[in-house]
Design a protein around this ligand. Structure first.
Ligand code: FE
Ligand code: FE
Ligand code: ZN
Length: 283
């Protein structure tokens, strides 16, 4: 289940409504060997109980088919640095419950959007995110929590690598946190991965450190670099383009990480993108 640079670990976001074994089968159908799923309804609310038999069946399937690590995604309505205590309380409840549920599938990743400070300022937002993480992270958990790089739209935190670094600096149990880099988001945030991928990777290495990078979200963007819009496009149909995406997958410092497509597709579209990207991977 660990990253091997000769293998491309690629998959897409799948619906979790029919359970883990079903997601595993869908992944196989589309040529994926990892995937992402929401831990609960993305619009919030109570999570469905985990079925231990379903999880056991999935774990057998994943092992037999040499799946890479999975990426769980927190609901995107969750805002750990909201100005409203009730909204922050929901973020705490949902994330601490998710941490317990993740232990059914030990050793995987849990990705979340750091949040929007909604006028309170970046510093105060970061303080609240750190506070929440320090409350939910347990020393014995096997899950690594990933902060997603964001497009920086509105008052979103995480558009700058420095902001993610500041959050991780505040976390006490540092080996439990890392980063998931989203190609659409970093481009939208102004990092030029089309013409200067090496420069962006070097900047990530300088500010955050490569050892903290655990997963990639592979998306094209409808908008040019710096647009701060966060509108995903199909691979090769946006302003990033196929060649730049292929360069990301093959970058020596990025290889071996689970790659998750969050492009506007149904399963057949994802299957085609996975096939295309596998053909371009130099193992
Ligand atoms: Fe996300
Ligand atoms: Fe993403
Ligand atoms: Zn996005």
């Amino acid at each position: 289940m660990t990253g091997n640079k000769d293998t491309l670990y690629i998959g897409c976001h799948l619906s979790s409504v029919k359970g883990f074994e079903n997601m595993g089968k869908e992944a196989l159908q589309i040529g994926a060997n990892t995937f992402q799923f929401f831990t609960r309804n993305p619009r919030g609310g109570k999570a469905k109980a985990i079925d231990p038999q379903d999880v056991a069946n999935f774990r057998r399937l994943a092992e037999e088919n040499h799946f890479g690590k999975l990426v769980a995604h927190a609901p995107y309505t969750l805002n750990p640095c909201s100005a409203t205590p009730k909204v922050r309380a929901f973020a705490y409840e949902a994330m601490s419950d998710d941490m317990k549920r993740m232990e059914y599938l030990p050793g995987n990743f849990y990705n979340f959007h750091p949040g929007s400070h909604v006028g309170q300022g970046t510093e105060e937002g970061i303080r609240m995110i750190v506070e929440l993480l320090n409350r939910i992270i347990a020393p014995d958990q096997s899950t690594i929590i990933l902060l997603e790089t964001m497009a920086g739209k509105g008052s979103e935190i995480g558009g700058r690598f420095e902001e993610l670094r500041a959050i991780m600096d505040g976390v006490e149990l540092k080996d439990k946190v890392g980063v998931c880099l989203d190609t659409c988001h970093v481009s939208d945030a102004g990092y030029d991965i089309v013409d200067d991928l090496d420069g962006v990777v070097a900047e990530f290495e300088r500010v955050i450190g490569m050892e903290r990078l655990h997963a990639l979200h592979i998306n094209d963007s409808l908008n040019p670099a710096g647009a701060r819009k966060d509108r995903h496009a199909k691979i090769g149909e946006g302003k990033i383009g196929l060649e730049a995406i292929v360069n990301v997958l093959n970058h020596p410092k990025l290889k071996g990480l689970p790659c998750i497509l969050e492009t506007p597709n149904e399963l057949d579209g994802y299957a085609a993108e996975i096939k295309l990207l596998r053909a371009e991977y130099r193992g």
